[in-house]
Design a protein around this ligand. Sequence first.
Ligand code: ZN
Length: 421
Amino acid sequence: MKYNTPDFNAILRSEADNFISKVYGMPKLPRQYAQDILRETQNFIQNDILANIKKCFESQVPTVDIDNVLKKFESPFSHVLSDYRLLKYFMEYKDYVSPISYEVGEIDVTVRTRSGPKLQIKKCYAQHVPLCRTLKQFRESPNALDDILSYMEYLKNNTDTVENFIQCERWSKQLEKFSENDIVILLVKYYDDFECNNALGSSCLKLGGVYVSIPCLPVECQSSLDYIFLALLFETRFRCFSDEKIFAPLIDELKFLEKECIFIDLPCGPQSVYFVSCLLLGDNLGVNFVGGFAEGFTANFYCRFCKTPKLIMDGQCVEDKSSLRTVESYNVDCAVNNVTETGVKFDSVLNSLPSFHIVNNYSVDIFHDLAEGTCHYVMLHVLRHCIPNYYTLDFIVSEAHSPEQGTRGGFGRVSVCEKKV
Ligand SMILES: [Zn+2]
C-alpha cells in the first residue's frame, strides 16, 4: 500500500493520538509522568530509531533492502518485555545494584491446613541496597566527583556564610583523622517511617526507610530524589527483633566506607575516597526512635539535646548549657534504664559508628520545628504587631494574591484569612 503525503500525515497523527490517549488513560499514572513518557518516546524515535535507520540506508546504498533494514528496528524492547526479563538483563550489567534480602528474625504465624489452623514459624526479611556499589557507580558518573570537590572548595573558601555542615567545627575535627591528600566526603543518613497502601485499610503496612545522601553536592542537586539513595527498607514492626539486626548491614558498610577507602576509576586513574557519616537526619520522632530516646513528646524528658524537665522547657527561652546531654550522661542514663527518669530507653545502635554519637547529632526537624513550629508562632505575633501599625490587612491579602511577589509567586498556595480575627 502506498500513502501519498497528506494521507500519511493523517494516519500518523491518528496513531499518535491513539498512543497519547492510551498513556493518558492509564489510571495509576500521574499526568506529569505521561508527559515525560511522551517526551522520552519522541526522543527515542528521533535520536535512536530514525537516526540509525538513516545510517543503515546510507551504509547500504545502492543495494538497500528496506525490509531488512526496517526489520532490525522492529522490536527494540523485545529483550526487556517482562519484569523478569528486564531484571535479568540489567543484572548481567555491573551498573545494576540489586537489593539484598537479609534475615532479621522469626515470627509465629497461624496457617490454615486441612486438619485445622496450625502454628508455623515464618522467617522475616528486610532489604538492603549495597551502599558501596551505589556510591561507586554514582561517583564514576561524569563530573560527579569534580562537582562535589569544587563545591567543597567553594564552601571552604566562603567564610562569610555558614551554609553547610562541612563548614562547622565538628567536621574539621573529623578530618583530623585523615591526611591532607585524602578525599573525605560527608554522608548523611536519614530515617523515617511511612505507611503504604490505604492508611485506613486493613492492608496498611508501616515501613521504615533509611536513606543516604551527600550534602556536598551542588545546591541544585541536593534535594533531588535522584541523589538520595535508599539503603535499608524494612517493616517497622520488625524492629522488635533488635536494632542491631535491622541496621547491621548499613552499619557494617558505613564503618567500611570510613575506614577503608573505596577506589573510583576516573579518567585520570584510580582515586581513593573516604566517606564519613557523622550526621543523622529525620523528623523528631524518627531521630528519637533510632537514638534510643523517649518517643512520646509528653514524656518528662523527651528532648534529645537536653535533660530539662518538660514543665520548665515549655517556658524556657534561653539555652541552659548545664542541662545539655553529653556522651557520659547518655551512657549513665542507658545504665539507669529508666526512661521516665532519664528520657533514654536504650543505647542507639548508630553509636557504634566511629564518627557518630547521637548526643552530638545536633540536627533539627526543619518541618515540624520551624515550618510548622516556631515560624508559625512567630509570624502570628509579627502580624499582630504590624497590622495596623505598619500596613493594613487588605495590603497583606493583596500582596499574598499578587503573582509578582516572592520567589514562588507570592504567597501562592498559602490560604489567607481575609477577615479580622
Ligand atoms: Zn532540649
